[in-house]
Design a protein around this ligand. Structure first.
Ligand SMILES: Nc1ncnc2c1ncn2[C@@H]1O[C@H](COP(=O)(O)OP(=O)(O)OP(=O)(O)O)[C@@H](O)[C@H]1O
Length: 343
């Protein structure tokens, strides 16, 4: 089921939570809505799910306008950050719930419910917990059950709002991979809200980066990381160094007085001698090895701003550096944004 959103707006009082959103979600894709707190991700998800109404704009499911349909009629499954499992029901009954409350003529018989629930519990690899209560599960297990419950009614669209937000880092990581594999099996059109860039890049087919109610960029994880469209995306996804033209960064030449060059830490070369006449003389301030990379912080003469550089361990070992070394740096890749474009 594809989703089309055209010129969608939503205002809360005088605050514009969604500002002219245009978005096409392809059938069967897993899309991440990524952005800082308050950028409008949840509002957009709630409008798609029918829990909130847009002020203006279009919302189509497979070409059909669904704005007049209530949440139930939209055939959408939800998973939220705070597991909304029923505490007094077993895992089995939680997953069966959506089937049992269907109108009589659509409701499967008891044998069919049993078959479907066990099939779903197997899918999320937790059938062995079917007679437990939510309080007897770990947070990660609860979220997998919440997903099984959302899938029970065979939704055409799955909406996940920070589903792993309340879990610790290790469990989060495992569940992300698990969700990706599950999606590859089921291919339900899914929208996943997160403020965690690593999560979005790892899980999604495409990422929608949002800021202040607007879409800054839509692209594959590779595109948004390697070719950020705006200063905001550069800074929100991954680390970046800013070189201001007023500080005489040679790479901003031919741009205005207020131009800024954006450079990723791993896109900077370090050398004992100037690489060419655009090389910047700097002093090494700090060297720190972190796993397979070495982080080197340098500063230009008379500047208190540190420039962060990442080298592979091999590269560092071939030409080791120490604090106090005078070296030259030059970006291999960068992008200049003009005055007024900054985030
Ligand atoms: N019902 C509401 N009434 C008034 N303001 C609201 C309402 N819902 C959301 N907002 C405001 O709209 C803006 C967008 O909120 P939204 O929840 O969509 O952001 P978000 O990106 O999901 O943030 P978070 O990650 O913190 O949940 C926020 O400034 C929020 O305070």
């Amino acid at each position: 089921m594809s989703i089309t959103i055209e010129n969608l707006n939503k205002q809360f009082g005088s605050y514009k939570a969604l500002d002219n959103i245009n978005l096409e979600v392809n059938s069967g894709e897993l899309l991440a809505l990524l952005g800082p707190s308050g950028c409008g991700k949840t509002s957009l998800l709630r409008i798609i799910g029918g829990m909130e109404l847009a002020d203006s704009g279009k919302l189509l499911f497979h070409g059909e306008d669904v704005q007049q349909r209530d949440a139930r009629e939209r055939n959408v499954g939800f998973v939220f950050q705070h597991y909304a499992l029923f505490r007094h029901m077993t895992v089995f009954e939680n997953v069966a719930f959506g089937l049992r409350v269907k109108p009589k003529k659509e409701r499967p018989n008891e044998a069919e419910i049993k078959r479907r629930v066990h099939e779903l519990l197997n899918l999320v690899q937790l059938d062995f917990l079917h007679d437990r209560y939510p309080a007897q599960l770990s947070g990660g297990q609860r979220q997998r059950i919440a997903l099984a419950r959302a899938l029970a009614v065979e939704p055409k669209i799955l909406l996940l709002d920070e589903p792993f937000g309340a879990l610790d880092a290790q469990v989060r990581k495992e569940l992300r991979r698990w969700l990706r594999r599950l999606h590859d099996e089921l291919h339900i059109t899914s929208i996943f809200v997160t403020h965690d860039q690593e999560e979005a890049l790892e899980v999604a087919d495409r990422v929608v980066v949002m800021n202040k109610g607007r879409i800054e960029q839509i692209g594959t994880p590779d595109e948004v990381y390697a070719a950020p469209a705006t200063p905001f995306v550069y800074q929100f996804i991954g680390n970046v160094n800013l070189f201001h033209s007023r500080d005489h960064a040679p790479w901003t030449e031919h741009h205005g007085e207020e131009a800024v060059a954006y450079v990723r830490p791993h896109d900077i070369d370090i050398s004992a001698t100037p690489q060419d006449d655009t090389a910047l003389p700097v002093e090494v301030k700090l060297v720190r090895a972190i796993g397979s990379i070495v982080r080197v912080e340098v500063a230009a003469d008379g500047s208190s701003e540190f420039i962060e550089i990442e080298l592979s361990r091999e590269r560092f070992d071939a030409a080791p550096l120490a604090s106090g070394d005078k070296v030259f740096i030059r970006p291999r890749q960068f992008r200049v944004f003009e005055a007024g474009a900054q985030a």
